[in-house]
Design a protein around this ligand. Structure first.
Ligand code: C5P
Length: 401
């Protein structure tokens, strides 16, 4: 798929419709042009105004609407689309398109358009298992309709099973993944993410506030750029991106071992994890009883994973992150030199807008010969910018001088 792909997003009446604004954003992020068409039932779950705001275009709702027909009428809309994506697609809507019904705008568009049709079903697990739905699904697959999901998990109705709509970003990825230039095709990228947990005793420990979001975003973006991605992550609750090999660890030493056993043959190492610099010198086997008025905790230095990777003879292109609360650039530059790495991405973690546990982030990317300011953006967008810059630094344009 190429950029500027023209997509009609058809929203039908399932609870997952509340995720549609996010889906519109994810599609636009990947360079698509999106027009939204809603079924009547979809409007019970989310308002057209919201979708108009995120898509930047009026939402189409009615088949026989003289205003809409004088703008982009339904036949024009059907011709305009390169892809019609129905998300969420209810059991009812699947049945409708199997039968070629065309009694509302969305179903009429499906019948009238030559566009590629993709559906992301979302329904209660019993409805998904129902023989009629199975039959309809088979018919649609036989007709070449792309089926995205559904996934398994908690459902809005309180049940657990298959029927959850695939997450918006994943839908956009499946639909437009190839739209992103495959800058790192054939490359192996190893990423660390999240905090580490340094045990004091079986129930207590030292950690930090890293959410893992930036590391996960880097792993996702690297995957989308075509790399084979392995992520070693400390204790976080976030679901890992699909298509990324993910190794869960607790302590810095475990993270070090997991990284060192995988780093050989890696093209790029990106240390995003907030690795604890120190760990308790002693770890008690049993829970420490709170009977003393004070106890002294001795801390010793953890291995520096990033520096160790950078010191290898077969070192990959090595990228670190620096979280600072003051003198951001000076401190980050010092780290670049001390750890002998290729790039450091410096984040300001002070104040409310700081990087930690935020969905957005701004950063300065420092390399051996310069600094690039990266504007505040959501962490995925920022990850895309960071990886684009890394690609340029790894493949400098031949000098014309
Ligand atoms: O020195 P500082 O901890 O601020 O450096 C941060 C960078 O170094 C991050 O990229 C982090 O992943 C990495 N690091 C590491 N091992 C440590 C400490 C930090 O890999 N023990």
């Amino acid at each position: 798929m190429h950029r500027n792909t023209r997509i009609i997003l058809g929203i039908t009446g399932g609870i997952a419709a509340y995720k549609s604004p996010d889906l519109v954003r994810r599609l636009i992020e990947r360079g698509a042009e999106v027009r939204v068409v809603m079924s009547r039932a979809a409007m019970e779950f989310i308002t057209p105004l919201t979708l108009q705001a995120v898509s930047g275009h009026p939402v189409h709702q009615h088949l026989l609407d003289s205003d809409a027909e004088s703008g982009m009428g339904h036949i024009e809309l059907a011709r305009w689309a390169e892809i019609i994506l129905i998300a969420p697609a209810t059991a009812h809507f699947m049945a409708k398109i199997v039968h070629g019904e065309a009694d509302d705008l969305l179903s009429a568009l499906v019948v009238a358009s030559e566009a590629t049709l993709a559906i992301a079903p979302a329904m209660n697990r019993q409805m998904w298992q129902n023989p009629a739905t199975r039959h309809n699904l088979k018919t649609l697959v036989d007709r070449g309709v792309s089926i995205i999901g559904p996934g398994e998990g908690d459902q809005a109705c309180g049940e657990v099973g298959v029927g959850r709509m695939t997450e918006p970003d994943e839908i956009a990825q499946q639909l437009l993944g190839d739209g992103i230039p495959q800058l790192f095709s054939g490359k192996k990228i190893l990423v660390t993410a999240g905090p580490t947990w340094e045990a004091i005793d079986p129930v207590r420990g030292i950690s930090n506030r890293s959410s893992g979001k930036m590391g996960f975003a880097i792993a996702r973006a690297a995957r989308d750029f075509g790399a084979t991605v392995t992520m070693v992550r400390g204790p976080v609750n976030t679901t890992p991106p699909s298509g990324v090999e993910c190794i869960g660890v607790q302590s810095a030493r475990q993270m070090r071992d997991a990284v060192m056993s995988r780093v050989s043959g890696t093209d790029i190492f990106i240390g995003v994890a907030a690795v604890a610099d120190y760990r308790p010198a002693l770890q008690e086997d049993q829970k420490i009883k709170a009977k003393e008025p004070e106890i002294v905790l001795k801390l010793i230095k953890n291995p520096d994973i990033l520096a160790e990777v950078a010191a290898r003879e077969d070192r990959p292109f090595t990228v670190g992150f620096a979280a600072e609360t003051r003198d951001l650039l000076a401190n980050a530059k010092k780290k670049l030199w001390d750890k002998k790495i290729d790039v450091i991405v410096a984040n300001d973690v002070s104040g409310e807008d700081g990087a930690i546990d935020n969905d957005t982030n701004a950063a300065s990317l420092i390399h051996q010969t310069g600094v690039v300011q990266l504007e505040r953006a959501d962490k995925y967008r920022l990850a895309i910018s960071i990886l684009e810059k890394i690609s340029v630094l790894m493949n400098p344009e031949p000098s014309t001088a």
